[in-house]
Design a protein around this ligand. Structure first.
Ligand code: SAH
Ligand code: SF4
Ligand code: F3S
Length: 461
């Protein structure tokens, strides 16, 4: 038995604890507040599932909840500040009503220096738990309801020793036609800027049969857009490689799409690209974070590919899948980044022609190699680079989208957007607005009449 997997006996024990709490939780509500990436969103769905199992009614409104859990992100300083300020919101309420329980979890909670800060400055946070404790939530809730003192459930083991996989706990999905399915957890890559390996532990894969069964049941339930999740899905090794897993997950009957997040350029394989090209149910979207266009900076980042290797991979993707959207992540202002390095990033972006870029300003993270590097870049310089890149990308995205005018795209309806306009997503994950309200979760054909940099607009056929 792989030591990563939680034994069924333990899962059964948690179910029993959850049931034993029903008399205490009857009529009470719980709220989960989420920051960060898709992994965290999915974790929150699992946390909400466990809270429901414990007898809580789940609400989006923290003010009506007796149990509040804040699921945090530590990727950049800004994310941490937002989570802490969210926690700060509950100070007054907690002072008025001591029976309310406030918990904090996720990537920030996993880091000991942040935990110390939370203990010191946020006395009204009752409990803290780490990123590999979700299966123990019933036990955590039981403690929270009975404990007189604050407590924490955290593994402080080193990266290569912490991290578990639990199957058989409930998931309370936020959406009835789009779903996240984790295929692997953690990361072993240690890019020098990144906190994730510290916050999420070592790489471990779910079993192939568990992933496939989850996807099959989602398709049977009518889910239309399923995203396979992992920090580096190409490292998947739960019984086959990732390309095979993706192909299998996208081979059930019916119209639906399978996406994946995120793929590391150093091991995005030709087989994976072939599966995207061949399998009609695999979305035509490849998110391939490049981080920098300078081989020198990539080396300092420990990305383990060069500018040329990345360009080669991008060319292969576009040649094999002509209608694909390629998107990326870029960090501006990594330590020692010169004007020349940044010019390399700009030219790589022009050469690839990304449909979208998520641009970030480098944020030093405690415990990472890059935070200790000499040559930290002043904020003003990073900001300028950020703006130059965003401006250029706007033009690139606009001209790529202009080419779609006159074409008919298959769109999965999201109902109405927040301005009341009918909208949905194409297979490339582009936002499409149109003239007629269509129930969310329905596929339609839309003839594109106009294009902006980040959205298309047309008529339903
Ligand atoms: N596993 C994914 C990335 C997850 S983090 C991958 O390897 O692609 C999402 C993005 O946040 C990264 O791609 C990177 O661009 C950005 N990021 C990570 N750490 C950062 C930091 N310290 N400062 C600024 N951006 C960062
Ligand atoms: Fe972070 Fe790199 Fe792992 Fe992505 S691959 S999570 S950027 S360490
Ligand atoms: Fe943030 Fe943790 Fe995701 S640091 S980006 S929530 S893996």
């Amino acid at each position: 038995m792989n030591r990563d997997f939680i034994l069924q006996d333990e899962i059964d024990r948690q179910h029993e604890i959850a049931l034993s709490l029903h008399s205490e939780t009857a009529g009470k509500r719980a709220c989960v507040i989420t920051f960060g990436c898709q992994q965290n969103e999915n974790d929150s769905e699992r946390i909400a599932g466990a809270l429901e199992l414990c007898g809580y009614e789940i609400t989006d409104d923290p003010d009506s909840a007796q149990m509040i859990i804040i699921n945090t992100c530590a990727i950049r300083e800004h994310a941490e500040i937002r989570a802490l300020s969210e926690a700060g919101q509950f100070k007054g309420r907690k002072e008025r009503d001591r029976s309310i329980k406030i918990g904090l979890c996720g990537c920030m909670a996993q880091q000991s220096h942040r935990r110390d800060q939370i203990y010191k400055s946020y006395p009204y946070v009752d409990f803290v738990f780490g990123t590999d404790m979700h299966h123990r939530l019933p036990e955590i809730v039981k403690n929270a309801l009975n404990a007189k003192k604050r407590f924490s459930f955290i593994t402080d083991a080193p990266h290569n020793e912490f991290g578990v996989i639990s199957e058989g706990m409930p998931v309370r999905r936020e959406n009835r036609y789009k779903a996240w399915v984790p295929v692997m957890y953690g990361c072993n890559n240690f890019c020098t800027y990144c906190v994730v390996p510290f916050a999420r532990g070592h790489e471990r894969s779910r079993r192939r049969e568990d992933v496939v069964a989850e996807v099959r049941s989602l398709v049977e339930l009518g889910y239309k857009d399923i995203t396979l999740l992992g920090q580096n899905v190409n490292s998947y090794n739960g019984g086959c490689d990732f390309a095979t897993l993706l192909d299998e997950c996208a081979s059930f009957d019916g119209e639906y799409r399978v996406r994946f997040m995120t793929s590391h350029p150093k091991d995005a394989s030709s087989e994976l690209i072939d599966v995207i090209a061949r399998n009609k149910n695999v979305a035509k979207h490849f998110h391939l974070p490049v981080q920098s266009g300078s081989s020198r900076v990539l080396k300092l980042m420990n990305r383990r590919y060069t500018r040329e290797q990345y360009l080669e991979k991008a060319r292969e993707i576009k040649a094999k899948v002509p209608d694909i959207a390629v998107t990326t992540d870029i960090i501006c202002g990594f330590p020692t980044e010169t004007d020349e390095d940044f010019a390399d990033t700009m030219s790589l972006v022009r050469e690839v022609g990304f449909d979208m870029i998520y641009t970030f300003i480098y944020s030093p993270r405690v415990g990472t190699v890059a935070a200790k590097m000499e040559g930290q870049i002043p904020k003003s310089v990073s900001n300028e680079r950020f703006k130059a890149l965003s401006d250029m990308e706007n033009d690139i995205a606009q001209s790529l989208n202009d080419r779609l005018v006159g074409k008919t795209l298959r769109v999965l309806s999201d109902g109405l957007n927040k301005n009341g306009i009918p909208c949905g997503r194409s297979t490339q994950n582009k936002i499409v607005t149109y003239d007629k309200e269509i129930p969310a979760g329905t596929f339609i054909d839309v003839k594109i009449e106009s294009a902006g940099a980040y959205a298309l607009s047309g008529k339903v056929i």
